[in-house]
Design a protein. Structure first.
Length: 919
């Protein structure tokens, strides 16, 4: 910044040199200290800082530098490394930008006062404020003396430059000086590397003409970014002569024959041909080329940076991979290829893919084969191992057993005493459930029993085993009574076995359970489904997962296309194709072990509700058989992008693509016709389940005849020459239309028809009132939880970085409410008295969590002003686009009733926020 100030005329060159020299002299006279580079966000590190230490620099969203006395920083490093956080000490003599600089702030201010200072002639971005350096700051001695003590806000300053609307054209940064540190850090924060360009002037090494080569690269990089180069000035003093050169080499591009597409002929479906070898792993590739592909995959899956178009001589630092990341890469390379590679080698001897591949081959790495998990060629790119994204699995694929094997035991004596007492109380109360789990573990392979396993919670990892139920109440083997808000994972809308369901099932049991023949109740159920939803045709199956599978098959059969577009954060059942996660590069990855990459290569996963996703869909909708949507995601109920869904409806109609609404959870629970009626959008196919079964397993597909005809060929008549006209797919199952299920489903649908929308409205109002009361308790006890709701469904939300959240659900069960860390639901069996008991259990849980010392306080309060946003009951009440804040600096937060809203800092009250509302 001193160099910038000199160039901008704030200081003369002589004065700037004097200021820098005097600054260094004063620092040298101070006691030594240590600086620690940490791969973690500043807000994560701040609470861990020992006394006398501070954040010296914020260099990126997940990269900061701590500074302070040697012993304190050493203790911090030990703690961070124990927690698995990458960090390393910097080669510095003193703890710059820390409290250890305080003694020289005042003396240095006097030095600054002694030189002339002028307003800058060239704009400067301050790394103290991360904004334009004002004239007042530039001539202020306090600014320049405080500069040596303040945190360097490099990351924020870079973001200010990247996103500054005052700049014309695309931003270009040129690092003027040795090494590539600043440009590497800047590239890591670039949202669009093709538009936001950072170019280093020199490299990290010198000698043998390397500086000239790097300088020429810099000139080329600037020219490619649109910067006009003054060639005469640059080549001044050079002698040039014209020489003949060979013609340019053509870029070699292989074009592989795609697999045969699905063809429907005469009502029969011909299978597609097997997929060819992956296009990005040519069959004639050399061992080195294959090895480079594997290295790129390793780097991409770890960093999220797209590297397929990066040349093999581009250095890792030029790719945007900093030193801390290269340390992790070194460990990953050794694990994957069995060859030890050090960070120093990656930084000096093996700085690019070309040299690294040679080194690995020389030391025995296998370059003849590629990973078996490489996907077949597809428009959506290759896949990789699913276990690399475990946090996302927890959010969406809840039925998977989630097991943590590493034991953490860092409790204080007080926390340990509380925890031991809680374990004793919980296990004593549910002793028979625990004994049952142990007794049958050998024979029962059940992921639900072990999900959430952590060594420190081992004695508490078992499910409550139920003995009987009535309405919304459960009794376990020990005789404990619970109010159930798990509600069969949303399948229970009327409570357990209400009288009208019980009566229908008993009558059917007396009549018989016939598997195979057509049953008259199936026609009654399909008629009611169409009547309640407005659909043209309906079909039933066994589960919601089967319904989604059937809808996808119908869409592909009718369109003859393979691609299906879905969205991150949605849950569509247990079929291989939909247990999937996406990536920044729009590649599709299996979402769980055991799912092969080939199973998902016809899927494209996009972010839900964003303008960028709409643009991609507009470009590719002509390729897609269907767009599969969970209109209100069960784990993100506060987000309801109606405008986005309306755009999807328009785009799919233009391209003949099926719009599938997965309403297995929302269907019939929020409204008789689910989100389609609430949002005013008619899908081509809706998939349903849960509620309509009345407690029995069921799935259903309801939609337009154009699509549903793919199941049976469409209508035809006896007594004439009509035949099924539509091509058909295969969809069947032994227990489809099970008589008991049909009896329960008919009873449930008749009840819904008789009650009308008023049933859901009463239940929705009861849920909203309960959620408001519970969120008041979370606020009162400053706990990092929030209940969010959509209709009669609600969910406990918390930041994934918060530890010990399992205790909330365990304490709720201890206090008589049956709940797991899944979406929660109220039923018509819940009374006001039941709701009062639920709220009372939450209050007891909050008190215990606060007393335990194991739950952090929420760091900022949520306050509202000027009422609420929107009208009560309006489905658009809190439809918020996370990528479109109404004003700079606004952040998303939760309202008292669990919805989403934008908040801004209160200028009059530090640490408090104001909610933005519509005028």
């Amino acid at each position: 910044e001193f160099a910038a100030a000199a160039l901008a005329g704030t200081f003369s060159l002589e004065d700037a040199v004097r200021l820098v020299a005097e600054r260094g002299r004063m620092m040298e006279e101070l006691p030594g200290g240590t600086m620690l580079s940490i791969r973690a966000a500043e807000e994560v590190v701040l609470p861990l800082l020992p006394e006398g230490c501070s954040i010296a620099a914020n260099n990126g969203p997940q990269l900061c530098v701590a500074s302070g006395p040697d012993d304190a920083i050493a203790a911090l490093q030990q703690q961070l490394e124990k927690d698995g956080v990458q960090c390393k000490t910097l080669h510095t003599s003193h703890a710059f930008h820390s409290p250890m600089m305080d003694p020289i702030v005042a003396p240095y201010r006097k030095v600054v006062e002694s030189v002339e200072r002028h307003a800058p002639r060239i704009p400067i971005i301050s790394t103290v404020t991360a904004k334009w350096l004002t004239d007042e700051e530039a001539i202020s001695p306090e600014y320049w003396s405080g500069h040596l003590r303040a945190t360097v806000r490099f990351a924020q300053a870079v973001q200010f430059a990247w996103n500054n609307e005052e700049l014309t054209g695309d931003p270009v940064m040129l690092e003027v000086g040795p090494r590539t540190t600043a440009s590497t850090l800047a590239r890591q924060q670039s949202a669009d590397p093709k538009r936001q360009v950072a170019v280093p002037s020199l490299g990290d090494h010198a000698g043998d003409g390397i500086e000239l080569v790097q300088l020429l690269k810099a000139v080329g990089g600037l020219w490619r970014a649109g910067v006009t180069i003054d060639r005469e000035r640059f080549e001044e003093g050079e002698q040039r002569r014209r020489i003949p050169i060979p013609t340019y080499a053509f870029e070699r591009v292989r074009h592989w024959v795609d697999p045969v597409e699905l063809v429907v002929q005469g009502g029969m479906v011909k299978a597609a041909a097997p997929a060819a070898e992956a296009a990005d792993v040519p069959s004639d590739a050399s061992p080195k080329e294959r090895l480079i592909i594997r290295i790129k995959d390793l780097l991409e899956s770890s960093s999220g940076i797209e590297l397929q178009d990066v040349s093999n001589d581009t250095t890792f630092l030029e790719m945007g991979l900093d030193s801390l990341f290269l340390t992790q890469v070194a460990m990953s390379l050794q694990k994957k290829f069995g060859v030890k590679v050090t960070f120093r080698q990656l930084n000096e001897e093996l700085p690019n893919l070309d040299r690294l591949a040679d080194f690995l081959l020389e030391h025995g790495a296998d370059g003849t084969t590629t990973e078996q998990t490489k996907a077949a060629p597809s428009t959506n790119g290759p896949a990789t191992d699913a276990t690399e994204d475990a946090p996302e699995l927890k959010k969406v694929f809840g039925a998977q057993a989630r097991i943590q094997k590493e034991k953490k035991d860092d409790l204080t004596p007080e926390q340990r005493a509380w925890f031991n007492d809680f374990v004793q109380r919980y296990t004593s109360r549910t002793a028979k459930s625990k004994a049952f789990t142990q007794q049958h573990r050998k024979e029962m392979a059940d992921p639900r029993v072990v999900t959430g396993f952590k060594p420190q919670l081992k004695e508490l990892t078992y499910q409550v085993v139920v003995d009987r139920s009535e309405g919304c109440h459960l009794w376990d083997l020990d005789g404990n009574e619970y109010i159930d808000i798990l509600s069969g994972f949303g399948s229970s809308l009327f409570g357990y076995m209400p009288d009208f369901i019980r009566k229908a099932c008993h009558e059917q049991l007396d009549r018989g359970i016939e598997i195979g023949p057509m049953h008259p109740l199936a026609a009654d159920v399909c008629h009611l489904l169409c009547e309640l939803t407005g659909g043209e045709r309906a079909a039933v199956c066994n589960t919601g997962s089967e319904a989604v599978l059937g809808a996808m098959r119908m869409a592909r059969t009718v369109t003859g296309r393979s691609l299906i577009i879905s969205f991150s954060g949605s849950y569509h059942g247990i079929n291989d194709e939909v247990i999937i996660r996406g990536s920044k590069s729009k590649r599709s990855y299996p979402g769980a072990p055991g799912i092969m990459p080939e199973a998902v290569h016809n899927m494209l996963v996009l972010d839900y509700g964003t303008p960028e996703s709409l643009e991609i869909i507009r470009e590719r909708c002509h390729e897609a058989a269907a767009i599969l949507v969970e209109p209100v995601q069960s784990r993100r109920m506060e987000f309801r992008p109606v405008d986005f869904l309306q755009e999807l409806r328009q785009i799919t109609e233009e391209h003949g693509t099926a719009l599938i609404f997965d309403e297995v959870i929302t269907g019939f629970r929020m409204h008789p016709n689910g989100a389609q009626s609430l949002f005013g959008i008619e899908a081509d196919i809706g998939t349903y389940g849960k509620v309509i079964g009345g407690g029995m397993p069921i799935g259903a597909m309801i939609g337009r005849s154009k699509w549903m005809d793919a199941l049976d060929g469409g209508p035809w008549q006896f007594g004439d020459d009509s035949v099924p006209e539509a091509g058909v797919t295969y969809f069947a199952g032994t227990f489809v239309r099970h008589p008991l299920t049909m009896a329960a489903a008919k009873a449930a649908l008749v009840h819904l028809k008789e009650q009308g929308p008023a049933l859901q409205e009463r239940l929705n109002d009861m849920t909203a009132d309960m959620v408001r009361r519970v969120n008041d308790l979370f606020d009162e006890h400053r706990l990092p939880f929030r209940w969010v709701t959509f209709g009669s469904a609600f969910k406990t939300k918390y930041d994934d970085t918060v530890e010990n959240t399992e205790l909330f659900f365990m304490l709720m069960r201890l206090h008589g409410v049956h709940v797991l860390d899944f979406p929660h639901f109220l039923t018509t069996a819940h009374t006001e008295a039941d709701v009062d008991r639920i709220v009372e259990a939450v209050e007891k849980t909050c008190i215990e969590l606060r007393a335990s010392g194991l739950m952090p306080e929420r760091t900022y309060p949520i306050e509202t002003v000027n009422g609420v946003l929107g009208a009560a009951g309006d489905p658009r009440e809190r439809i918020i686009r996370a990528d479109n804040p109404p004003r700079p600096g606004a952040r998303l937060g939760s309202t008292p009733d669990g919805g989403a809203a934008w908040f801004v800092p209160d200028p009059e009250r530090e640490g408090k926020y104001l909610m933005l509302v519509e005028a």
